[in-house]
Every structure is written in C-alpha cells, then in structure tokens.
Design a protein around this ligand. Sequence first.
Ligand code: AMP
Length: 254
Amino acid sequence: MIKQITNIDEIKYLTNTFHSKKKSVGFVPTMGALHAGHESLFKKSVSENDITVASIFVNRTQFNDADDYKNYPRTIENDLQVLEKTGVDVLFLPKHEEIYNDDYRYRIVENSLSKILCGSSRLGHFEGVLTIVLKLLNIVSPTKAYFGEKDYQQYLLIDGMCKALFMNVEIVSCAIIREKDGLAMSSRNLLLTHDERKIAPNFYKILRNAESTSLAKTQLERLGFQVDYIEDLYRRRFGAVFLGKVRLIDNVQI
Ligand code: AMP
C-alpha cells in the first residue's frame, strides 16, 4: 500500500531523511482525477529518482470560478490504484487550512507572462498556481519536479519562478499525452457530455491544422466551441475553448 501523508511536518521529515541518505526525490504535484497524462509524469519521476512523491490537492486559490472548484472531479479510489500501479512511493494529501495557514495573505505575483493567455481570462489563476507550487516545493524539497506541457504556460511560469528565486530544484517538462482521437487528456474531460466528447477532438485537429489563428477560431466556433483565445507565441499555438461549461486548453508546436 502506498504511504499516505497529510501532515506537513511528517512529509518534510520524510524527504529530509531521504536527502540525508543522498537519495534523490522526484515530485509530481497534481489535483487528482488521475489519468494517463499524470501517469507519464509519475513514470518519468520513478525512472529518474530513488523515491517519488505525488501530491493531490485541489487548490482553491487557483480557481476563479467557485462552481468550477466545486465540480472539479474527485476520484481518490481510482487515483490510489494509478499511484500504486506506476510505483509512486508516497502520496501527500495536504489540507487547505494547513497549507494556507496565512489565509493566503502571502502570494506569488508574476507581472508579464501570467497576464496573457489563460491569465487574462482567469484572473488570479497563476497567482494561485505559483503560490501553491512554491509552498509544495518548499515542503517536499524535491531534487526534480515534473510538469506537463499540456499546461505549457504554467510550466514556463513555474520554471521561471524557480530560476528567479534561486530554488534548489530542477523543473522537468513532460510531453502531452493524448487520447487516440487526439484530445489532450485532462481531468476535466470527465465533465463533458457524450455529445461534447464527440466534438472535443476537433479542438486539437483545428489547432494543429488551421492556417491562422483567426481561421482556427472561425472553424471552432462553427462546430459549437466557444473560443476563449487562440494565439501563436513562442513557436507554439495556444488555445482555450469552452464546450458547454467545460473549459479545455491545449497547445501544439508550430
Ligand atoms: P493537474 O492535475 O491537471 O493539475 O495536472 C497535474 C500535472 O499533470 C500538470 O503538470 C499537468 O500539466 C500534467 N498533465 C495533465 N494532463 C496532462 C497530459 N495530457 N499530458 C501531460 N501532462 C499532463
């Protein structure tokens, strides 16, 4: 059975013990509802480190919409099976009250990249993300921490934060894992209706194939997507769309 820890002092003590024995610690932070995208991060960490810690924490401060937080899928029984299967050693399940012992008075603000793309439509989102990631990295003190390119803007911001603050951790990026039909795996896919799920793969197809961002937008809207943004930046095309109430994001190299 995987070791489960909720207490901050306990996980700090555990990872310090590994460091004192010169063992490397890999860390994969998640919000649960685990799928093959998360699995690929766990597997990479397990293959590159002596010990792997995963966390599951649905971080309230990064949700700009209370309903989105409430409806976020929570599938802990299945998550435990995924963690066991992939060889994760420790699951950290922190409590909101302990993590935010300061009532979120202290937070990380980035003033450039966090204000565009997802940052312009989800106000405060990346403050919540960067603050929780900093807290988790300080608690777990991993040798390496793993993040998916599915959330490429998030990965860039976290990598930038760790460099700006001289943190003693290597940030590793991992390729996007997709369903057979091309849809990027995401916990939120569970919230799509049967009909929305059938349309959803067109998001990736259009993002990849459209000749321009404006053509992509038109094609997506014609199929019933509500487009938040489609933008070409850093040799990538980034997109965020709604299908009904479900927000999907994706990005492709161009
Ligand atoms: P989440 O649970 O959505 O916060 O995701 C936890 C980590 O898994 C983040 O670093 C995500 O970028 C990564 N991740 C989520 N979905 C995928 C995917 N389809 N492919 C690769 N990484 C992913």
